[in-house]
Design a protein around this ligand. Structure first.
Ligand code: SAM
Length: 357
């Protein structure tokens, strides 16, 4: 497509309150180097204007890999009998958080599978301790839970919650999540928003049955719901799941979706995801030049890190706790950006910086 035509469509998409699905599909199809250069440069400008030049850090602790769900793409699904299951103790979680705080990181992401016996009080206590001792922003990513649990954790001090929709195509959603319900997931996101959490969504790119049309609709969903953060990563097949033989998601389509999400949502925090960095090369670098403004160093202690195997080949599984930050500083310097050690609360004005922290 000509440079003139691409720029014309980009301007239309950027300025529209409800961009046309056909325009988004067209831009998702950019494939040649000159085409993607224009798309990513546009997204990069939008990122600079609305999210600044810094790269925010979110330290992640994967504290429990038990799960009651059977997401067909995920290595943690309950039917996978080959992985070693673990649950960290409170002091193991807090040790990791201490290491993170000592490196100046201001956000911890506490992530887990959806353990059927997750103790809400246990997690509330961890949140309180983190707030009292280290004053970090706390993001939870522990799946679909009862609203009373969301309320308890919010009262304990949790600021944000990540619950990716994975795909907004109901048919695909149903086929990949045999005993889950799309509306329940959307309802959880609504409950979280009503409780004052900063809410994150996101998708996996390259899922069985997914098309550019459905990804275009995902991006419109992100715009409608004004998510504070949106994670977009490629599907990576796990050999012990039903989707073992499926193709992995393409870096190109993932990057195009990321760039368009920046252009359409403007203010959302967008990580250059670990999955994007776990393909044949580290595409997080391209991601950061195509709209992303967040990196997520891993602070899960050894020897547990390798057991949180959502997909194989996950980067940094053998690194020691704390080793990721110097590496990310080099990565940022390589693209003339800097790591940003601020809280990095939502940029979406209606929620506001003042309420959290
Ligand atoms: N259980 C929580 C939930 O459902 O939100 C959080 C943990 S879940 C294991 C974390 C994320 O891993 C999911 O949102 C999904 O997008 C991603 N994931 C799982 N398997 C994957 C795969 N094979 N390839 C890429 N991403 C995957």
């Amino acid at each position: 497509m000509s440079t003139f035509k691409i720029k014309d469509v980009l301007t239309r998409v950027y300025n529209s309150k409800r961009p046309a699905v056909a325009d988004l599909e067209l831009l998702l199809s950019m494939a040649t180097a000159p085409e993607t250069r224009i798309l990513y440069a546009y997204a990069d400008q939008v990122r600079k204007k609305f999210a600044g030049n810094g790269i925010l850090l979110r330290g992640i602790v994967e504290f429990d890999n038990n799960c009651r769900n059977n997401c067909l793409y995920c290595g943690l699904n309950r039917k996978n009998k080959h992985i070693k299951r673990y649950r960290l103790t409170q002091s193991q979680v807090l040790d990791s958080v201490a290491r993170m705080a000592a490196q100046g990181i201001k956000t911890v992401v506490l992530q887990s599978g959806e353990a059927s016996d997750l103790d809400a009080e246990w997690l509330a206590k961890v949140i309180r301790e983190i707030k009292q001792r280290y004053h970090l922003a706390v993001t939870l990513s522990v799946g679909e839970q009862d609203v009373r649990m969301y309320r308890l954790w919010r009262a304990a001090g949790a600021d944000r919650y990540l619950l990716k929709i994975e795909t907004t195509d109901r048919e695909i959603y149903r086929s990949l999540h045999p005993d889950m319900d799309y509306d329940r997931r959307v309802n959880c996101q609504r409950n979280l928003k009503n409780l004052g959490y900063q809410v994150g969504s996101g998708i996996i790119v390259g899922l069985r049955g997914q098309t550019k049309h459905s990804i275009a609709r995902d991006i419109l969903f992100f715009k409608r719901h004004e998510f504070d953060m949106i994670g977009i990563g490629p599907f990576i097949p796990h050999h012990q799941t039903t989707l073992a033989k499926d193709n992995k998601g393409e870096a190109l389509l993932t990057l195009n979706a990321l760039a368009l999400t920046r252009i359409v949502t403007r203010y959302s925090h967008l990580p250059a995801t670990t999955a994007l960095g776990s393909l044949e090369k580290d595409y997080r670098i391209t991601g950061l030049q195509a709209g992303a403004n967040v990196l997520m160093p891993n602070f899960t202690p050894q020897p547990y890190r390798r057991y949180y195997e959502l997909y194989p080949g996950k980067r940094c599984v053998n690194e020691a706790v704390g080793a990721c930050v110097p590496c990310l500083a080099r990565l940022a310097a390589g693209i003339r950006r800097h790591l940003d050690y601020s809280y990095g609360h939502t940029l979406i004005k209606k929620i506001g910086e003042g309420k959290h922290g």
